[in-house]
Design a protein around this ligand. Structure first.
Ligand code: SF4
Length: 447
């Protein structure tokens, strides 16, 4: 690849079909749904500028959308950037890692352009400036966050048939002591209600059955409060399912729990507990106790007895003793989560927890992680078992292989079953015959 071969950028008025010769761009995304959403937005932007977005490498240009939530996430991004550079690609780096450490990212081999979280279109601008300037220059366009920053509109055309993520909020003001996200994503800002309703209507018209509300810290949405937003979206004709993505436990109030009574709202919550020890929760700067968390779970289950309840756990936070860890294991069972994501603590430079004493050795963290994952599998299996022999409604996503379809229930349990490929996008009732820790299986009738 030489510079001339990728310096052609066409008019933004052109469509994909009209510009078959633009440079190829491959997108590699690390991290959360926010990043996936931002990547989808960037893909559209690049397509409209005449680039050919490819789903597999090699490509002339690779855009790496990074995550910085753990030290490992940043290391994985660096590894990927080096690998793409070795393949000869020009690498554009964007996302959380480049927002917090643009200098380190710009020094990596093959990197021609760097942008952050703020200013979603800057990745493309920086790339085009780098291409114009020729080899040897890395263009960095990272804007620092400001307290008064507004929500950036970034409409995404999504290819999925069944569901669409609807981003309503960005940023976080909480500064939990271990978390780098507020530094990377900036202060909380919300999308205006009217804009959200317009996009939701459009998605429903496009045939999306399930809308998933997302945000960096979704519970900080507003004004109006998140519960009002949920109720307003549920009033839109044609909406089949509305799912809330991860919520901070202290943001879940009675009004929000009340939303679980609405027929469109999925009986599924993801509330990160992080630790079952109040002492560790305090050190983490979390704003709830184990008891207040358990109360929220209990109240939610009173409204929705079939609630799928997911959580995140961090093991090996500084000062976490074996007793603290045992409390975490016990609380997972006591609260009865249906899905547990667990992470080893990793110090993020600049966060308060990075300076805390009592580092837990890596070997111990790995052992604790293994134990949490074992309990997680048991809990998921036990939650799934209650559906064996019981009719469940599944939103069919796609055919995987020779008549085997997959989709999820309202409680967020994945199902595999046999049917017709054209069921994709429909709600179907199935009766699971087997449960695993991964989900529910319906055996083939003739098997
Ligand atoms: S609430 Fe805490 S963990 Fe979540 S993004 Fe904000 S600072 Fe990070």
């Amino acid at each position: 690849m030489d510079d001339d071969s990728i310096s052609m950028v066409t008019s933004s008025a052109m469509t994909d079909d009209e510009v078959p010769k633009g440079p190829t761009v491959y997108f590699k995304t690390f991290g959360c749904r926010q990043n996936q959403y931002d990547t989808d937005y960037l893909k559209n932007l690049f397509r409209r500028r005449g680039y050919r977005v490819v789903e597999e490498g090699p490509a002339d240009i690779v855009v790496v959308n990074t995550c910085a939530v753990t030290g490992r996430s940043a290391a994985k991004a660096r590894q990927a950037i080096r690998a793409f550079a070795r393949q000869g690609a020009k690498v554009v780096v964007t996302g959380c890692y480049s927002q917090i450490d643009p200098g380190q990212v710009a020094d990596l081999p093959g990197v021609v352009a760097v942008s952050g979280v703020r200013g979603k279109g800057l990745a493309l601008e920086a790339l085009e400036e780098a291409l114009r300037d020729g080899p040897g220059r890395t263009v960095v366009k990272v804007q620092p966050h400001e307290k008064t920053e507004l929500f950036e509109e970034a409409f995404v055309e999504r290819p999925t048939l069944t569901h669409a993520y609807l981003k309503v909020q960005e940023g976080c003001d909480d500064y939990c002591t271990y978390c780098i996200v507020p530094f990377a994503r900036g202060p909380s800002r919300s999308r205006p209600l009217e804009e959200i309703l317009k996009e939701a209507e459009k998605l429903i018209r496009m045939g999306k059955k399930e809308l998933v509300l997302t945000g960096t810290h979704l519970g900080l949405y507003g004004p109006p409060p998140l519960s009002t937003l949920v109720k307003e979206i549920c009033r839109l004709p044609g909406l089949v399912r509305l799912r809330l993505s991860s919520l901070e436990p202290h943001d879940v109030d009675e009004e929000l729990l009340d939303c679980l009574r609405m027929p469109q709202v999925c009986h599924h919550l993801h509330l990160p507990l992080q630790s079952g020890s109040d002492r560790i929760l305090r050190l983490m700067g979390r704003r709830y106790t184990l008891a207040s968390f358990a109360k929220i779970a209990e109240r939610a289950r009173r409204i929705a007895p079939d609630l799928g309840l997911g959580t995140d756990i961090i093991v090996g936070f500084p000062g976490e003793t074996d007793q603290d860890f045992q409390n975490t294991l016990r609380s997972l069972r006591d609260i009865g989560f249906s899905r547990v994501h667990a992470f080893r603590y990793s110090a993020r430079p600049g966060t308060r927890a990075a300076a805390l004493p009592g580092k837990v050795p890596e070997k111990e963290k790995s052992a604790r992680l293994k134990e949490v994952l074992k309990v997680a599998r048991e809990l998921s299996l036990s939650f799934h078992r209650r559906y064996v022999g019981v009719p469940v409604e599944v939103l069919v996503e796609e055919e995987l292989d020779r008549g085997m379809l997959t989709g999820v229930t309202r409680s967020y349990v994945r199902c595999w079953f046999y049917g017709k490929p054209d069921w994709a996008g429909e709600l179907r009732e199935v009766v699971p015959t087997k449960a695993t820790s991964q989900g529910l299986i319906v055996a083939r009738k003739d098997a």
